[in-house]
Design a binder for this molecule. Structure first.
Ligand code: PLP
Length: 407
């Protein structure tokens, strides 16, 4: 008899964005004449940078002749891309990461989920609350949690990210084995300072724990001194894996390209306490279960690091950050506290004692704008909403005009 993975039944009944879509659909069918503006789901709206498009086209043309055609490439990614990443994203910032520590993939979402395969089943895992839901749900699927009661899974250590700690939780009092951190944060938009990350690195080293550091929004950092990579912190190479993505950096959400950094000195331990290096294990996993990102996509990603590419990426992100500024300003003017939106495309708004989903319904019904209820990201997200800066200037201005009028 084929037995089912019963852990799936522990997952909360529906996914946040499915709930939102359902409510929007009901509204739209009642008021089809009212145009809706979406500042909800975190998908980009601007096209690929022209430098990427040009490289993409050129690489597709290479696939069209026998002389330049490419079949299977190296599973970990082509050298040209791994080297460009190591040089531009790490070595230029003083982080000593080599090209062979970079694993190119088709997404940070799947990488943050798949990495769990390297670890034992029984682990003490810490996750921030609120949180990017993938970290939690994939641990539930893998059977690393108990049941969900009152919005929290037993077996997980929740790191409260609150207004009081500036949405950057400090390390817990008790030791844990695996910690998920994400900065700039989704959903709160908060960023961590060097000192705050150093406290986490010290904690991880002292407890032989591993940090999974998600830096998918790194390109939005503008404040000098805020670390772009955890490897800017001394000692992080021995206790952290970093996830990056071209999705938000360069509009690759539909094109798909990302990478994971697994330093060679990183280890996990056997029951007997013997250190086992993770780099060969992830190499084995990646080469066994993944056949590489397509050649044209990797060429398009490489173009992010060209002179033109860098300029174009910066301009697009500046455009989203200007949207974020408009959103922040409108909420602050209406008397609502906000974080994020300065080094992040997300603005996290305190709805002043109201419930997230009530505020969602109010904004949808009275302003026809879709935002994301903070409660969907965890118990500590209750009382907040997430507003995304990914949209056209016209839509952002119109959305904030409508919202300001009703607040
Ligand atoms: N990590 C975070 C924090 C995200 O918010 C997202 C997407 O929204 C991802 C990872 C997914 O990245 P990718 O498109 O590379 O799978």
């Amino acid at each position: 008899m084929i037995l089912v993975n019963e852990n799936y039944s522990k997952l909360k009944a529906s996914y946040l964005f499915a709930d939102i879509a359902k409510r929007v659909k009901v509204f739209q069918s009642s008021y089809p004449e009212k145009p809706i503006i979406r500042l909800g789901i975190g998908d980009v709206t601007e096209p690929l940078p022209p430098a990427c498009v040009e490289a993409f086209h050129k690489a597709v043309d290479e696939m069209a002749t026998r002389e330049t055609f490419r079949g299977y490439g190296p599973e970990q990614g082509y050298e040209f891309l791994r080297e460009a990443i190591a040089q531009n994203d790490f070595r230029k910032r003083g982080a000593d990461i080599s090209a062979d520590e970079i694993f190119v993939s088709d997404g940070a979402k799947c990488d943050t989920a798949n990495i769990q395969e390297l670890f034992a089943q029984k682990l003490k895992i810490a996750v921030p609350d609120p949180v990017y839901p993938v970290y939690v749900d994939t641990n539930v699927m893998a059977g690393r949690t108990g049941k969900n009661t009152a919005g929290r899974y037993s077996g997980l250590v929740y790191l409260d990210s609150t207004q009081e700690n500036g949405f950057v939780p400090p390390p817990p009092e008790t030791p844990v084995d695996l910690v998920y951190l994400c900065f700039p944060n989704n959903p709160t938009g908060a960023v961590a300072t060097k000192e705050q990350l150093a406290a986490w690195v010290d904690y991880a080293r002292a407890n032989k724990a591993l940090i999974l550091f998600d830096a998918a929004y790194e390109a939005f950092i503008r404040t000098p001194g805020i670390p772009h990579s955890i490897y800017e912190i001394p000692g992080a190479k021995s206790c952290a894996i970093e996830f990056r993505s071209f999705s938000k950096t360069a509009g690759f959400t539909g094109t798909r390209c990302a990478f994971t950094v697994v330093p060679k000195e990183l280890a996990a331990y056997t029951q007997k306490g013997e250190a086992v290096p993770l780099h060969p294990m992830w190499t084995r996993r990646h080469t066994t279960k993944f056949n590489g990102v397509s050649y044209p996509v990797q060429r398009a990603a490489e173009a992010v690091y060209s002179r033109e590419g860098k300029k174009q990426v910066k301009a697009t992100i500046n455009f989203y950050l200007a949207n974020a500024k408009i959103i922040r300003k409108a909420f602050l003017k209406a008397g609502y506290d906000c974080t994020g939106g300065e080094n992040s495309p997300y603005i996290w708004v305190n709805v002043k004692g109201g419930k997230s989903w009530d505020f969602f319904d109010r904004i949808l019904h009275d302003a026809q704008v879709v935002i994301t209820p903070g409660a969907g990201f965890g118990r500590d997200g209750e009382g907040f909403i997430r507003v995304s800066a990914f949209n056209s200037r016209t839509n952002v201005e119109e959305a904030m005009r409508r919202i300001s009028a009703i607040l």
